[in-house]
Write a protein that binds this ligand. Structure first.
Ligand code: ADP
Ligand code: ZN
Ligand code: ZN
Length: 764
């Protein structure tokens, strides 16, 4: 039996992670030691016993075996904050695939050598008269620096230290000499940075409605009985979800627990934060991408010390090291930004449940349009479902018109604005009301459709639309993102013979120009990736629209959430289909979410609203259900499609993504890995031609699709390949990942790298 060795990190601060130390595993610990465990090891010249964490176990000895030290003990004390973070990192690594280092870096705050923000002031202890006499003395002695400081001290009792050494140009030595003379003292207040600088405005307390109260009571009853659960709170915007979260958090804080509130970065608006600050005052803090690493670190320290009870932030806030978490709220649970784009590629919902498990905490997910995953689990009883149906602020749901763009073309209107939309826009202009025009470009993948009949070219095997790939020899080629199927782009529509078949190309700028042509003098604001480059531009555009500086706001998906605009009475969606044809299995779900939100933008105030949805597929269920604001109806149809094709959440899907410097080697390795899966785990290839029929129902076994070059086959001269493994059982996909990790490790070192993406949100 060969020796076993463990890589151990002895100081879990972010920047030291890359330097693990290797220790021998004594026989008595064989089979007992696992990655993530806390151990005692001798360290340094004096062999002082310190705490360390196992991040890897292997058979290769990387140092001189004679000088290798042994692990002394395994610590199994009750989990402290750090142990929990390590255990969480281990969980992330197991379930999503990444190195232990990557996983640790995800959960631990960067402990850069940022100095605590030390605030020092120089304060005079002598009276003003005495300072004046010292001043006279220093003038006589021509001590100019001292003179400057004393002069300042005659008018101010305290001066910030940086100001003294900076602006006044007084050396530390001079200050010290005055300190020695008993003229001043230096006061240092070490304060952890608090990024929250809001006035302490009093809030006006709302009495919860019966429906809201029932939710709070059930969550707290479960919690107090020792049965914390996961709850899905389904309710349209304005139905009072945030009030429910705040009440639950308040109850938890009363019980001495802490709360994490996750919200998508884009929804981290002043308005939202203000509500939490008013309720929880100094006990709440924010984590967001604009914080410096130092500030983030400080937030974690404040959380550990019990200075704060509530943290609000995007997905990374989940890893705030609170000692006793009572509840984790995930607002807008369906948002794509909860999914991490780099390894470990987790979706915040699952780790939230794991953090909750480690703390015995409750999880509350909230959304107006829950993800299929969450709703599916609520239906199967894994989550408890609550529904809030009424809008508490008044305001009616808008009247929705679906416009068939094929009909428009047939009747001679080639404009991107349907006649209905033009008519309603004109009305708004006359009445001095505002409109929002929404260009749905999300997931725009260069699909090809017919403007005359709406026909979209789809993959015969995967039921997703094909994407146009230009720059290939003659003409363009249509390719499937999943299986690599391809065919030549047609010149005429295969369904109706029309020549108007092509990719859809229209940007927000083009829409602005056309709108100005149609309505001279119209005041337009535009919000898209171009106009929101700078940090504050997003808020600026929203607030100038809010204060009535424009008649129309044109934008991409960015404008559908966040702010309320009481004077907006018309929401127009220019081409609802764009996201329907995004070429991945979530296209319908995304479209439904975006349209529901876009439609919901109109009529928030007292004025009634209308919405126009322009589309080539007016009978598509995602469009019909969004127009009717009918989530349940949408869910029923969408889940059927997922069941039929074995897509998540009914089954699971693992994308194995491969990066290679050499195209040929990359392709070969991808093929080899796919073959390994098939050989070892009995996966079947979902081959062309039999895809449809055989995949129906829950595939009990593994299905392998691909490998194919990724839809963006090369970035920065790195070639990308992908294959998908589908299975009803998530655990089996974890096995696939483990197997491939092992295979990569056993191979002679290669330059290619592999990443795993479970239940991918974006196609590759
Ligand atoms: P959501 O989070 O679902 O969008 P909010 O909690 O923000 O809903 O509530 C929407 C609006 O209704 C807010 O202005 C809020 O202050 C108000 N509101 C919520 N609950 C109540 C209540 N019980 N009584 C009166 N107003 C309420
Ligand atoms: Zn056609
Ligand atoms: Zn396909």
């Amino acid at each position: 039996m060969g020796e076993l060795y463990a890589d151990i990190i002895v100081d879990i601060s972010h920047e030291k992670l890359d330097k693990p130390f290797q220790y021998r595993i004594p026989d008595r610990f064989r089979g007992k030691l696992e990655t993530g465990m806390c151990v005692t090891v001798p360290f340094g010249a004096g062999n002082k016993l310190i705490k360390g964490y196992v991040i890897n176990i292997g058979e290769t000895c990387k140092f001189d075996p004679d000088r290798m030290k042994e692990i002394r003990g395994i610590n199994r004390g009750d989990a402290d904050v750090e142990d929990r973070m390590i255990s969480l990192a281990g969980w992330l690594r197991r379930n999503y695939g990444s190195t232990m280092i990557q996983a640790l870096k995800t959960v631990l705050p960067a402990k850069r050598s940022v100095k605590k923000l030390e605030h020092k002031v120089v304060q005079r202890i002598l009276g003003r008269e005495e300072i004046l006499s010292l001043l006279g003395e220093s003038i006589r002695k021509k001590q100019v620096a001292k003179e400057r400081l004393l002069r300042e001290l005659t008018v101010q009792e305290t001066i910030p230290y940086e100001w003294v050494t900076g602006k006044l140009g007084v050396s530390a030595q001079t200050v010290r000499s005055l300190e020695k003379a008993g003229a001043v003292r230096i006061i240092s207040t070490q304060s952890l940075r608090n990024p929250v600088k809001l006035e302490n405005a009093e809030e006006e307390r709302k009495t919860l409605s019966v429906g809201q109260m029932r939710i709070v009571e059930e969550v707290m009853t479960d919690y107090d009985a020792g049965n914390p659960a996961t709850y899905l709170l389904h309710g349209i915007t304005g139905s009072g979800k945030t009030e429910v979260y705040m009440k639950i958090i308040e109850e938890m804080v009363d019980r001495g627990k802490q709360a994490i509130v996750l919200i998508p970065e884009i929804a981290l608006t002043y308005q939202t934060l203000l509500r939490f600050f008013r309720r929880f005052k100094g006990k709440v803090s924010v984590m967001n991408s604009t914080l410096s690493p130092g500030e983030k670190y400080d937030q974690c320290e404040r959380a550990k010390n019990g200075e704060i009870d509530v943290i609000i932030g995007p997905r990374s806030a989940l890893f705030t090291p609170f000692p006793h978490i009572g509840v984790i709220v995930v607002d807008e649970e369906h948002e794509g930004s909860y999914k991490s784009e780099s390894a470990p590629k987790y979706q915040a919902r699952e780790p939230a449940m794991e953090v909750a498990r480690l703390h015995g905490a409750s999880v509350v997910l909230g959304s107006a349009t829950p993800s299929l995953e969450a709703y599916y689990r609520a239906r199967t009883g894994e989550y408890k479902l609550f529904t809030l149906r009424e809008r508490l602020t008044g305001g009616q749901l808008p009247k929705v018109h679906i416009v068939d763009l094929r009909q428009e073309l047939r009747e001679g209107n080639r404009s991107i604005f349907s006649r209905k939309l033009q008519e309603l826009l004109a009305e708004r202009l006359n009445r001095g009301e505002q409109s929002i025009l929404f260009l749905n470009r999300r997931g725009y993948a260069g699909f090809v459709s017919c403007r005359a009949c709406g026909y979209v070219v789809k993959c015969p095997h995967c039921d997703v639309s094909l994407s146009e790939h230009k720059s290939m020899r003659a003409g363009s080629l249509l390719v499937c993102h999943y299986c690599g199927y391809s065919e030549a782009a047609p010149n005429v529509c295969p369904q109706c013979g029309s020549r108007y078949i092509s990719g859809f190309r229209a940007g927000t700028q083009q829409i602005e120009e056309k709108l100005k042509g149609l309505f001279p003098g119209i005041r337009v604001l535009r919000m898209d990736a171009d106009t929101t480059r700078t940090k504050d531009s997003y808020e600026q555009i929203l607030s100038s629209f809010s204060s009535g500086e424009a008649d129309v706001l044109i934008g991409t998906q960015m404008i559908v959430k966040g702010h309320d605009f009481p004077r907006v009475t018309l929401a127009g969606v220019l081409a609802a289909d764009l996201s329907l044809n995004a070429g991945d299995y979530r296209a319908g779900e995304r479209t439904f979410q975006l349209l529901t939100q876009a439609v919901g933008r109109a009529g928030r105030g007292t004025l009634p609203g209308e919405a126009v949805i322009q589309t080539y597929q007016p009978e598509h269920y995602a469009i019909v259900r969004a127009a009717g604001q009918d989530y349940e109806g949408f869910y029923e149809e969408e889940i059927l499609y997922r069941e039929m094709l074995g897509y998540p959440p009914v089954a699971h899907m693992l994308a194995v993504q491969l990066f290679a410097g050499d195209e040929e080697k990359g392709g070969l390795l991808a093929g080899r890995l796919a073959k390994t899966v098939r050989r070892e785990l009995g996966g079947e290839k979902e081959s062309r031609g039999n895809g449809g029929a055989e995949v129906r129902g829950r595939p009990p076994e593994l299905r392998i699709i691909g490998p194919v070059p990724a839809s963006i086959g090369r970035i920065n001269d790195i070639f990308r390949f992908v294959f998908y493994v589908k299975c009803a059982d998530y655990g089996k996909l974890v096995q696939v990942k483990d197997l491939l990790e092992e295979e990569m490790q056993n191979m002679a070192p290669v330059s290619e790298t592999v990443q795993f993406d479970f239940d991918p949100v974006n196609t590759w």
